[in-house]
Design a protein around this ligand. Structure first.
Ligand code: EAX
Length: 338
């Protein structure tokens, strides 16, 4: 009898040990540890050789190098992930696209405070731009994006915007009266062009080349880097160097995706985006003369000696209306930035 009890005791003990052992082998859930690989997508509306996309590629290369390949960011230029910048920003909010580099034009529709940068003739020159956008005013505008489920990392550059058209030489605001000009989906731009006396036609960027080609609109306005790399010289004859608005180009991340990063990775993304900013801005600034020469060589007729004071006066109603909306203190903080 005793020996039976001993056998049952040994078997029971073994069964308990085996059960405990199996239970301990549960699959380990992913820990989100450093070694977990992460693949992200960054989108631009402009071609591979445009400064947005060159900056995006440099950002991606640095992140891959600094995380030893753990984080890989694929660059999608040319509107591959959306037909316009507004659609890309909506995709960031949903988390279907992770990062974006693009004009502030449509951003004001998501974060109203950003509209201030699109006020005509607000920025004097590049030195003034850098002082404002790399200072507290710029940082606040980027931080305000969080209310729209977007994470603003840094201000990169689109550039000073110039008017093009297919109809006639335009030097003064009166020359532009009656032209149908495509604008960004931005109420400051629309107000400014209405004040000049043109017919503003807001449109997503992907539709602009075709609209110019089919003469649905007579003209558009963009910095030289966009005019050259998007080959607008193929559908536009006249360039007027109005430089009427400075267009920043923030690099923005989906807030959802930002919050999923470790603090260490968040610091790396922010540091790298800020580090790429001067490098990306320099690409456009250093090549302005080269781009002008290219556009002339491609057959564009360029009005360079523009009376900017006349354009500033013509767009003053937009300046006045939006200065009131934003408040004199905010406008002065920009105008007086040292
Ligand atoms: O961001 O929509 C525009 O005119 C923008 O400047 C262009 O897509 C580059």
């Amino acid at each position: 009898m005793r020996w039976r009890l001993a056998i049952f005791t040994v078997i029971g003990t073994m069964l308990i040990l085996v059960a405990a052992g199996c239970g301990g082998k549960k699959e380990q859930a992913p820990t989100g540890k450093k070694e977990d690989k992460l693949q992200l997508k960054i989108a631009t509306m402009t071609p591979s050789n445009h400064t947005y996309t060159q900056g995006a590629q440099r950002f991606a290369d640095l992140i891959k190098e600094r995380t030893k390949g753990r984080i890989e960011i694929a660059v999608y230029p040319d509107g591959q992930l959306g037909k316009g910048e507004r659609e890309l920003l909506e995709a960031l909010q949903q988390g279907t696209v992770d990062l974006y580099v693009g004009s502030t034009g449509p951003v004001g529709g998501f974060s109203p405070s950003m509209l201030i940068v699109d006020i005509p003739f607000l920025f004097r020159d590049y030195d003034h731009v850098d002082k404002v956008l790399d200072g507290p005013v710029g940082r606040q505008l980027l931080d305000d994006l969080e209310k729209a489920n977007l994470k603003g990392l840094a201000f990169w550059e689109n550039g000073f915007r110039n008017l093009t058209n297919s109809k006639k030489p335009v030097k003064t605001p009166d020359d532009a009266k009656g032209l149908k000009i495509r604008t960004m989906e931005n109420k400051v731009h629309i107000t400014a062009w209405k004040a000049v006396g043109v017919i503003p036609t807001p449109m997503a960027w992907a539709e602009v080349y075709g609209a110019l080609q089919q003469k649905v609109v007579d003209g558009q306005e963009n910095p030289l880097a966009v005019i050259t790399t998007s080959k607008l010289y193929e559908v536009q004859k006249h360039l007027s160097m109005t430089q009427h608005v400075y267009s920043p180009a923030p690099i923005i991340m989906s807030l959802k995706k930002w919050q999923a990063l470790s603090k260490e990775d968040q610091d790396l993304f922010m540091k790298t985006a800020l580090e790429v900013a001067p490098w990306q801005r320099k690409l456009g600034r250093d090549n302005e003369q080269k781009m002008l020469a290219e556009l002339e060589q491609k057959g564009m007729v360029i009005a360079k000696d523009i009376d900017k004071a006349a354009w500033q006066k013509a767009m003053q109603p937009a300046f006045d209306e939006f200065s009131k909306q934003f408040g004199k203190d905010k406008i002065d903080a920009i105008l007086k930035a040292k």
